[in-house]
Design a protein around this ligand. Structure first.
Ligand code: FEO
Length: 170
């Protein structure tokens, strides 16, 4: 049976993963409305990934005899200054999620909850991959320059994460 403290912090993560999904949908919609279909596809795919992360937490909490709670999500920002601005916000958000996962890992050690500790390892690795992939995208945007987004919008297809690849070529 999952301890209440662990259940609560995992439920907090349900909200954070779900909000990540909403945030990336809002960014994808901005990209679509501003003529960047490639970037929109990347962000929509990332939003799907985040939904799966939320579901992993929900199922885990319930499986351990806890009660997953489905929260309301705050409204994500809908307007962005540029593509670079979108991805620097993505990186900021992913760093926040990484800190959040690490905080849960720390609590599982304090509470000697090795099952949850083990469950979280997948997220620890996933965050490394997600942050790295967004940093690569930001580097490319800066290399290309903010005025050459037409080409970058096509090139982002070559920077897909394995998860995005799986959705484009199921
Ligand atoms: Fe599920 Fe990108 O954090």
């Amino acid at each position: 049976m999952i301890k209440k403290k662990i259940e609560d912090i995992c439920n907090r993560q349900v909200e954070r993963e779900g909000y990540s999904s909403s945030l990336y949908i809002a960014m994808a919609s901005w990209a679509e409305n501003n003529g960047y279909p490639g970037i929109a596809l990347w962000l929509y795919s990332q939003a799907e990934e985040e939904k799966l992360h939320m579901l992993k937490f929900i199922k885990y909490i319930n499986e351990r005899g806890g009660k997953a709670t489905i929260p309301a999500f705050k409204k994500p920002v809908a307007e962005y200054k540029s593509v670079e601005n979108v991805f620097t916000e993505v990186l900021k958000h992913e760093e926040f999620v990484t800190d959040s996962i690490n905080e849960i890992v720390g609590l599982t050690l304090e509470e000697k909850d090795f099952n949850t500790h083990n469950f979280l390892q997948w997220f620890v690795f996933e965050q490394v991959e997600e942050e790295a992939s967004v940093r690569t995208i930001i580097d490319k945007i800066r290399l290309v320059g903010n005025n050459n987004m037409y080409q970058f919008d096509k090139d982002i297809f070559s920077l897909r994460t394995p998860a995005v690849n799986a959705q484009v070529n199921p």
